[in-house]
Design a protein around this ligand. Structure first.
Ligand SMILES: Cc1cc2nc3c(=O)[nH]c(=O)nc-3n(C[C@H](O)[C@H](O)[C@H](O)COP(=O)(O)OP(=O)(O)OC[C@H]3O[C@@H](n4cnc5c(N)ncnc54)[C@H](O)[C@@H]3O)c2cc1C
Length: 412
């Protein structure tokens, strides 16, 4: 018999277990994988981008995607990036800011895992892992009118009035991701928002990608956009050409908004009026058009664009005005339609998940199923690249732990 049982010892599960344990709850944390927090370990290139200073808790829609991004406002405002930074400081884990508010551990993501485990030990959390959950049943517990969850596991049967699902999303199945949380939601007839890979490279079919495949490895800053005029979303980030398509922060960010069948618009020269630059160059320069372009773009990219316009394979002073204008437009408004994504093998997150309509934004408890909580990525809340997903994991875990502790303290 435990006060709380948490399934999934990733970012959200570990933090929730520690917070609940430190508030006096008897907590069991179960994970089917032998190693906990594998995603923290591999995140941020091994240094874990653990939060983001630019997070605006009053306007979560700026950095979070889902049917109702406002849902995360309460949890995010009660456990902020500053709170997690304070915890890092308490444990003496040095960190630094990189780009756009992104905070990383100086040494290794392992330090953050060790910190979370130490926090769990402080709260007297019991760990069962690897341990498969075989089934979950619920029955009225009687006295307080709540529910009692019976969890059948490989290590035996356990029982709790508070069951927390922190089993994450579907990305990177080879390190333990599973659809456990979604199946459990279905068992309790909770609505799910369709799941798709997010923060994922985009792919193009072989023939249409052929002209660009030779650019694999090339990176440059761009402005990338998608969506109709009314709901247009844009990012200024780096774009990376790959053998199968496009990646890099620009594409990972836009992938969370991209709808299959729709195009992306890419400005390869943000902040530069290329039509103006080329027409001025035509007056003074006798360089080849490709060489003139290479002053503003990587030379390989300049060559590839000009190679598709035979009328521009000449000195710029001999090039036609209309052709130069067309070139400028193709660079500043490159429109291309992906055929798909690299899928869960490469995605950093899963979009969609347990519909926030059925969850309390204060506690993460299910409105139709008392005592059942969903936290972290399994919920239909997805952050931007840049530490927002971990901040959601910490904040939703904190809200849940706080609510379970309050519930416990109100028991007769
Ligand atoms: C390569 C990569 C890099 C990333 N980098 C960053 C970053 O730098 N910053 C950032 O904010 N986000 C990053 N993310 C996203 C971030 O890792 C996740 O959003 C975050 O880990 C979600 O936390 P969670 O606790 O909900 O799920 P997870 O951390 O995925 O934890 C889920 C846990 O549940 C366990 N589990 C699954 N199924 C079962 C089951 N059936 N029974 C028992 N246990 C189960 C898993 O083994 C796992 O331990 C990255 C993701 C990837 C894949």
């Amino acid at each position: 018999m435990f006060d709380a049982i948490i399934i999934g010892a990733g970012a959200a599960g570990l933090f929730c277990a520690a917070q609940a344990g430190q508030r006096g709850l008897k907590v069991l944390l179960i994970d089917h994988a032998a190693k906990v927090a594998e995603k923290i370990r591999i995140s941020g290139g091994g240094r874990c981008n653990f939060t983001n200073r630019d997070l605006d808790v009053r306007a979560p829609h700026k950095h979070f995607v889902g049917q109702n991004p406002q849902f995360c406002r309460s949890a995010l405002s009660r456990f902020t990036p500053a709170d997690f930074i304070a915890l890092m400081d308490k444990h003496g884990i040095a960190h630094h800011e990189k780009h756009k508010g992104q905070l990383f551990a100086d040494r290794s993501a392992e330090d953050i895992i060790a910190m979370l485990l130490a926090e769990c030990a402080d709260g007297g959390v019991q760990h069962w892992q690897p341990c498969q959950v075989k089934s979950i049943d619920v029955s009225p517990s009687g006295s307080d009118g709540g529910e009692s969850y019976q969890i059948e596991t490989e290590r035996g049967r356990v029982q709790t009035p508070n069951l927390v699902i922190a089993s994450g999303g579907l990305s990177i199945p080879k390190i333990g991701a599973s659809d456990f949380g979604y199946r459990l939601a279905q068992q309790f007839r909770l609505p799910l928002v369709e799941r798709t890979p997010g923060l994922v490279p985009l792919t193009f079919d072989g023939a249409s990608w052929q002209p660009y495949a030779e650019l694999a490895g090339l990176a440059l800053p761009v402005e990338i956009s998608t969506g109709s005029k009314k709901e247009r979303v844009s990012f200024h980030e780096d774009l990376l050409f790959t053998h199968r398509g496009l990646s890099g922060p620009a594409v990972l960010q836009i992938s969370s908004y991209w709808k299959p069948g729709t195009p992306l618009q890419i400005n390869l020269l943000p902040g530069v009026d290329m039509a103006q630059v080329l027409s001025e160059a035509k007056l003074h320069s006798r360089k080849l058009v490709a060489n003139e372009l290479a002053a503003h773009l990587p030379a390989r990219l300049a060559d590839a664009w000009v190679a598709r316009m035979p009328e521009l394979q000449r000195p710029i002073n001999e090039a036609g005005d209309k052709a130069l204008l067309r070139l400028a437009e193709r660079l500043m408004r490159w429109e291309i339609t992906p055929t798909g994504t690299e899928g869960y093998k490469k995605a950093e997150v899963t979009l969609g998940g347990v519909d926030t309509k059925v969850l309390s934004q204060q506690s993460m408890e299910c409105k139709t199923q008392p005592g059942l909580f969903f936290i972290g990525e399994v919920v239909d809340i997805t952050g931007w690249l840049g530490g927002y997903n971990f901040q959601w994991a910490w904040a939703s875990a904190h809200a849940c732990a706080q609510a379970m502790a309050e519930k416990q303290s109100n028991l007769p």
